[in-house]
Ligand binder design. Structure first.
Ligand code: NAP
Length: 345
């Protein structure tokens, strides 16, 4: 019998992506999915792309029964608040919220401005980004999700940071509206959101906490701007390299990034001299689990422009969560994640 999966928070955007991926995953069976608001309704009534795909109906989070793998896609704080209950339901848990991304309770308090409700459990969770924690994920039963912007920054800068080449970086990230979740608010009202170029985090974005945990304390400056896009994260980082850096030509940059990512199934290097799609572009990644990374060296300076793109609901959330599950359960890491995207789109 296939392992039974439950998705808590299945009516949300990340929950919907988990459903889409897991219903087609050959190793698991989705047996429960929750929503309070849509209790008793068929999942396709909320996720219309799943019409005729599944006859599952939403159940209450209070009625979730024991299963093998539990995915949680709840607002921040909810999982930690009831940790014991959720932990009692399954041996394998993947929590997509920010509750268990940081290992240090003090860092959690500093960035999230509140005490953690299950601080003793923080060290039990592995950060669910297989590109950085594959070996630990293979040994754990508890994985956290990832912050979508954090994934873009971490994967884009890791080769430079780890080679000790990064002096400082100024990063601009542009994001789509689905990053804010499915709950409507004043800012998501169509006349206010449509066509917006709205800086919503000029500095101090919480995802920097994850980057700091991954890459150490770096002098990087991040601004996040909401633009006219539903899915997608697009990063442009002006990386000021250490003086005398050995990255004098683009072939050196290629060598550095190839060494880091040649074996990664979901990280692609995109830096072509010709064509329309010379650098990473989020629209080509809709529904895929790829993070595309590109770069261009500014001639005559020690500035490297690094670009990255991903789908916030996929590599930035549900895709990385399913990839982590594959690693945790010993399945081929790409299982259920091979959709190549669409073109034109
Ligand atoms: N959106 C992104 O791009 C993204 C990327 C990475 C990580 N994440 C993280 O993933 C999580 C889910 O994000 P999302 O965008 O999918 O949010 P969302 O669209 O608002 O979905 C939240 C889900 O949680 C359920 N829920 C809310 N409060 C609950 C409670 N107290 N008890 C039980 N269920 C509750 C909601 O359904 P009902 O109200 O019907 O029960 C809904 O299914 C968040 O922690 C978010 O930070 C999101």
């Amino acid at each position: 019998m296939s392992p039974r999966v439950a998705i808590v928070g299945g009516s949300g955007y990340v929950g919907g992506e988990l459903l889409r991926l897991l219903l087609f995953h050959p190793e698991v069976e989705v047996s429960q999915v929750t929503s309070r608001k849509y209790l008793g309704r068929y999942v396709h009534q909320v996720h219309p792309n799943l019409r005729a795909i599944s006859d599952l109906r939403f159940k209450s989070p209070d009625e979730v029964e024991a299963c093998d793998i539990l995915f949680l896609a709840l607002p921040h704080g909810e999982m930690a608040r009831e940790f014991d209950r959720w932990a009692g339901l399954a041996t394998t848990i993947i929590d997509c919220s920010a509750d268990f991304r940081l290992r240090d309770p003090n860092a959690y308090k500093r960035w999230y401005k509140r005490d953690h409700e299950a601080p003793e459990m923080l060290s039990r969770f592995v950060y669910g980004l297989p590109e950085r924690h594959r070996a630990e994920l293979a040994q754990t039963r508890y994985a956290s999700g990832v912050g979508c912007n954090a994934v873009a920054v971490t994967l884009a800068l890791a080769p430079l940071a780890e080679a000790g080449l990064l002096e400082t970086a100024t990063i601009e990230i542009k994001v789509g509206s689905s990053e804010g979740g499915s709950l409507a608010n004043d800012a998501s009202h169509h006349p206010e959101r449509s066509g917006a170029v709205r800086v919503y985090s000029p500095s101090g974005h919480r995802h920097l906490a994850e980057v700091e945990q991954e890459l150490g304390s770096l002098p990087i400056h991040l601004t996040v701007t909401a633009i006219e896009m539903v899915r997608g994260v697009h990063l442009t980082a002006h990386c000021f390299l250490r003086s005398g850096s050995r990255l004098l030509e683009e072939k050196d940059v290629w060598a550095l990034y190839r060494e880091a990512y040649a074996k990664e199934p979901f990280v692609r290097l995109v830096a072509s001299r010709t064509g329309l799609y010379r650098y990473p572009e989020p629209k080509l990644l809709i529904g895929t689990n790829y993070c595309d990374i590109g770069f261009a060296l500014e001639q005559g300076s020690e500035v490297l422009v690094v670009m990255a793109a991903l789908d916030n609901l996929m590599k930035g959330a549900a895709g990385s969560a399913v990839q982590s599950m594959n690693v945790m359960l010993g399945w081929d890491e790409t299982t259920g994640l091979t959709f190549p995207g669409l073109h034109p789109v």
